[in-house]
Design a protein around this ligand. Structure first.
Ligand SMILES: Nc1ncnc2c1ncn2[C@@H]1O[C@H](COP(=O)(O)OP(=O)(O)O)[C@@H](O)[C@H]1O
Ligand SMILES: [Mg+2]
Length: 302
């Protein structure tokens, strides 16, 4: 397929800029190695309207977090008429907002951990009583576990709220699901094999994601084939409920009884050599290069 001149959008100005530079750099190399006329484009350095002046015909979005994963860049590309990878404007914006994503999942009857919205006026003790401890406190719109904490007692909730609110006005407290962490890479209509994530840390935090070398990624994930298929189907439903398309990744937890709870959907998941979607693709024999091409092939406007 001839893609024409392709911009790999990378960097940007979110808290996840550094990760995006890595993801985008790798995507760029992979596309070039397959003969695609791909060039890097960092929206933190140049206005996106330059894409038109420079005659780009497609965009591979490798921006994580705000101003890239959240529908804003998708909106500009729609307006410019340049086909782009992944979810559209609405789904990108919804998926960036963990609170609204949960509201949708509730409406669809999909399982997600019980939660409460925290404000500066919340009665934190009452929240802890209602949901029970431990709790996860998180900014509604951030990624890479930034601003999140696991809280074991009501007395620590203030601190966790104060940290999270630095990243977003909207903060949620979620019941901590103690059990197994899984993630599902999605490529078009296909759900890739689930990956089980194990860390000796409190949870899969920034350190465990990007720095520690003792995080374990296990594929096959150890569920029976039937259970894995059920969980994959649940993840695809969760992805579609938000209106996502193209590619992405759904994070979920299984409690000790094996009950699933969907945590969030990522519309531009990491694409570094350590990242989860490339690992899951490899498990079905798909190379990193082929994965990038598949994502690019599905680029769209409208
Ligand atoms: N309700 C929860 N119960 C248990 N662990 C959680 C919960 N919410 C988040 N976590 C842990 O925190 C990590 C990051 O949370 P997540 O909601 O996926 O946000 P992010 O956008 O930062 O990846 C998860 O991968 C998981 O390890
Ligand atoms: Mg996550």
């Amino acid at each position: 397929m001839n893609f024409g001149k392709v911009a790999v959008l990378l960097g940007g100005k979110s808290a996840e800029r550094e990760v995006s530079l890595k993801s985008g750099g790798m995507v760029l190399n992979a596309l070039r190695s397959r003969g695609v006329d791909a060039l890097p484009f960092d929206p933190a350095e140049r206005g996106l309207d330059a894409l038109i002046g420079e005659r780009f015909e497609r965009a591979f979005i490798a921006l994580h977090g705000r101003f890239g994963e959240d529908g804003t860049v998708q909106g500009v590309l729609e307006w410019l008429g340049i086909p782009y990878t992944g979810s559209g404007v609405l789904a990108s914006a919804l998926a960036m907002d963990k609170l609204r994503t949960k509201l949708l999942w509730h409406a669809e009857g999909l399982p997600t951990p019980p939660y409460a919205v925290l404000t500066k006026d919340s009665d934190l003790r009452a929240v802890a009583r209602k949901l029970g401890v431990p709790l996860m406190v998180k900014p509604a719109s951030e990624g890479s576990s930034i601003g999140m904490s696991k809280v074991r007692s009501a007395a620590r909730l203030d601190e966790a709220y104060a940290l999270a609110v630095n990243y977003d006005r909207v903060v949620i407290a979620e019941k901590f699901i103690d059990g197994t962490e899984l993630t599902a890479g999605i490529l078009g209509d296909q759900v890739l094999p689930l990956i089980k994530i194990e860390t000796p840390r409190d949870f899969y935090d920034y350190e465990a994601k990007y720095i520690a070398d003792d995080t374990r990624y296990i594929v096959p994930c150890g569920l029976s084939a039937g259970r894995e298929r059920d969980m994959q189907a649940l993840c695809l439903k969760a992805f579609r409920a938000v209106g996502c398309r193209g590619w992405g990744r759904v994070d979920l937890m299984l409690n000790r009884q094996g009950r699933p709870f969907v945590l969030e959907v990522n519309t531009v998941p990491g694409m570094t050599d350590h990242s989860l979607v490339p690992k899951a693709a490899r498990a079905v024999g798909m190379s990193y290069e082929d994965l990038c091409l598949r994502i690019l092939e599905a680029a769209h406007v409208g």
